[in-house]
Design a binder for this molecule. Structure first.
Ligand code: DX5
Ligand code: ZN
Length: 231
């Protein structure tokens, strides 16, 4: 699917729920993906960590490439890595539909955003809790997705930081129709409503889904809470 088509599809289908593949059962990824697909996940959020940009290590393009054979769900790789420009081609080749890198990890974001768009993937930038919205302002028109981190990146299961809501509101004002706003960290039934009111389109959720015994119920509950608040 082309980048424009996917972005428009996401916009039309929002609110979207993207399970974060960080707290899943890595011993049985095939089964987890089947369950998430059956549960109505919209996007798989693939948390890539390098032990350098963040103090934790997860998985990389080799694993993503194997997962690609298992599902047609869109993949968004959240690159919590240093030098994302150096590794971008590996994630393109692995079959990602969207790629999100951190603005803190690059001296200049625009060239990388352009490379992603030229390659036909949805281009995303993530911003850390301590990074102001002004850092992203110059390139906002070149972002298909802005991912607001509502926790320090690196670990699942952290508490949602409400300061992220001000950023979402500011980005909502700044962003044109072509830019989706995503949020990541501590998202669950207790925190999703204020995010929806602030203007979030896409919700990344790890613990709220994987700590539940019924993925469908967890996803449905969050989606309907977000939809009620947004309407
Ligand atoms: C954190 C990751 C998140 C994380 C979310 O660095 O980017 O995607 O897995 O997990 P929860 O929903 O548990 O905060
Ligand atoms: Zn993430």
């Amino acid at each position: 699917m082309s980048r424009d088509t996917l972005r428009e599809r996401w916009r039309a289908a929002a609110p979207l729920i993207a399970p974060s593949m960080l707290k899943c059962d890595f011993g049985n990824l095939h089964r987890e993906i089947e369950l998430l697909e059956a549960a109505g996940a919209d996007v798989l959020h693939l948390d890539v960590m390098d032990g350098h940009f963040v103090p934790n290590l997860s998985y990389g393009p080799v694993v993503i490439e194997r997962l690609r054979d298992l599902t047609s769900l869109p993949f968004d790789a959240h690159l919590m890595i240093s030098e994302p420009d150096r590794y971008l081609d590996d994630y393109l080749k692995a079959g990602c539909d969207a790629i999100t890198f951190h603005i803190e990890a690059v001296p200049e974001a625009a060239p990388l955003l352009r490379r992603m768009r030229d390659a036909g993937v949805v281009a995303g930038i993530a911003i850390n809790p301590r990074t102001p919205v002004s850092a992203i302002e110059p390139v906002i028109a070149e972002c298909d997705v802005v991912l607001v981190m509502s926790v320090e990146p690196g670990f699942g299961g952290q508490r949602f930081q409400p300061a992220a809501l001000d950023k979402v509101r500011a980005l909502h004002e700044l962003a044109g129709d072509g830019t989706l706003i995503a949020i990541d960290g501590g998202i669950g039934p207790e925190t999703i409503s204020p995010c929806a009111a602030a203007g979030v389109d896409l919700y990344v959720a790890g613990s709220a889904i994987f700590d539940s015994t019924d993925y469908r119920a967890a996803i449905d509950e969050m989606r309907s809470l977000a939809a009620v608040q947004a309407s």
